[in-house]
Design a protein around this ligand. Structure first.
Ligand code: ZN
Length: 202
């Protein structure tokens, strides 16, 4: 998708969300927790801010009919953390990948009318993703393992908070890649393997 396509096709949040959904779940939405394909679309009423007397906008969510987990197209992705409109994210990606001489945070700031901090963060994050995409794939016999990291909360013995997963993919007799993952679902593991391992070998 080039800059013009992004400008034409991904010009509203709804279109961006549909695009992300298709990229993330090409065979239909699945629960991020239990992988169930039985998902409902629900609308969460915006919370009332008593000081301002205003209600935040309603939010469209997915809810798993099996385990009741609620999530959105952006849960667990880099887009979720920034609160920047997706339209700007996609324009920034197109601008940075297409500019042959590279793009400074100042140029991005002007092009997208965003503040400098956000522009700097976008430049940094998108370049990092581009470098990661260029890393050569592992070949031969590859072993995959996952480890859980973090977050037990004090006083709640069984409750685990912010637990994250490190996925290690090792080429036998060769490189080890450690990948940060939001969970160890088979869907996400398959995605990591697809990204890091050359399927055509030998
Ligand atoms: Zn579920």
């Amino acid at each position: 998708m080039n800059l013009l396509d992004v400008h034409k096709e991904l010009n509203t949040e709804a279109k961006c969300l549909a695009f992300l959904e298709h990229m993330r779940w090409p065979n239909g939405v699945r629960c991020l927790s239990c992988q169930s394909p039985k998902i409902s679309r629900i609308t969460a009423k915006g919370k009332l801010n008593k000081k301002r007397g205003k209600r935040s906008p309603d939010r469209e969510l997915y809810q798993c009919n099996n385990c009741r987990k609620q999530f959105t197209e952006t849960t667990g992705t880099v887009y979720h953390d920034t609160h920047l409109p997706l339209t700007k994210w996609f324009l920034a990606i197109a601008l940075i990948t297409e500019s042959k001489k590279g793009m400074s945070a100042n140029q991005l700031k002007r092009a997208l009318t965003i503040n400098y901090r956000t522009a700097w963060y976008l430049c940094h994050r998108i370049r990092k993703a581009m470098i990661e995409a260029d890393v050569p794939k592992l070949t031969g016999i590859v072993e995959v393992d996952e480890t859980y990291i973090g977050g037990k909360q004090k006083g709640h013995r069984r409750q685990k908070l912010n637990e994250e997963v490190a996925v290690g993919i090792r080429e036998r007799g060769g490189d080890l890649r450690l990948i940060h993952s939001v969970d160890a679902s088979s869907e996400l593991l398959a995605k990591h393997i697809h990204e890091h391992v050359d399927p055509a070998w030998p």
